[in-house]
Design a protein around this ligand. Structure first.
Ligand code: ADP
Length: 194
């Protein structure tokens, strides 16, 4: 089973690309952001808990997020295909938990991690534009957008080092348009033969 990780700052386009890659390579798309938004919409206890962090632009605590992944994995273990991870892991602890869970469920290991690189000004521009149509409360307030970007640099960016040490990190220039980025991802996935 293949495991492909996409990580990058908010607004770097991981969600859009994860969906395109999932369709092209027949992978299951795991978006922890979408899962949280689903729980928030139905207002269950996980949703209420997540909202208190998401609305402030903070990451949801690792134990809450990893418990969600622990439920997701056994329900999606189709050995012939694989999973594309969009928004998990977002901290070093989550990266370690993912490795442990894959081992515990005998699902293989992380094949590759793509780090999306985009300058901050462009992120802010994209997120503010998305806020006008997405209905996402965390895309509207500029303070929340800045907080999310700061959280990324503090907690998620160190994943580069973690995956570089395992020799499975690939950096993707994600400044261009959707088609250009999709093409470079596709070429990389084929080049890596995963
Ligand atoms: P974006 O990439 O634009 O921030 P997402 O939909 O991926 O959007 O995530 C929205 C929010 O959900 C994040 O700002 C964070 O609060 C929460 N979230 C998503 N994934 C995780 C995770 N793995 N760990 C902690 N919080 C998460």
């Amino acid at each position: 089973m293949k495991h492909i990780i996409l990580f990058g700052p908010p607004g770097s386009g991981k969600g859009t690309q994860a969906e395109l890659v999932a369709n092209k390579f027949n992978l299951k798309h795991l978006s922890t952001g979408d899962l949280f938004r689903h729980h928030m919409k139905v207002k269950n206890s996980l949703g209420l808990k997540a909202r208190s962090y998401i609305d402030q632009g903070l990451l949801v605590p690792d134990d809450v997020t990893t418990a969600m992944l622990e439920d997701f994995l056994p329900e999606n273990d189709q050995p012939e295909a694989g999973i594309i991870y969009d928004g998990y892991p977002r901290t070093l602890q989550q990266a370690i938990s993912l490795d442990e869970l894959l081992e515990r469920f005998s699902l293989g290991f992380v094949n590759t991690a793509f780090s999306f690189c985009v300058p901050d000004e462009l992120l802010i521009k994209r997120l503010s534009l998305r806020g006008k149509t997405s209905g996402r409360s965390d895309d509207i307030d500029l303070g929340v957008i800045r907080k999310r970007i700061a959280e990324y640099y503090k907690k998620t960016a160190p994943l580069s080092e973690y995956y570089r040490k395992k020799a499975i990190l690939t950096e993707i220039n994600a400044k261009g348009n959707i088609e250009e980025i999709a093409l470079s991802l596709e070429l990389e996935i084929r080049r890596l033969s995963i």
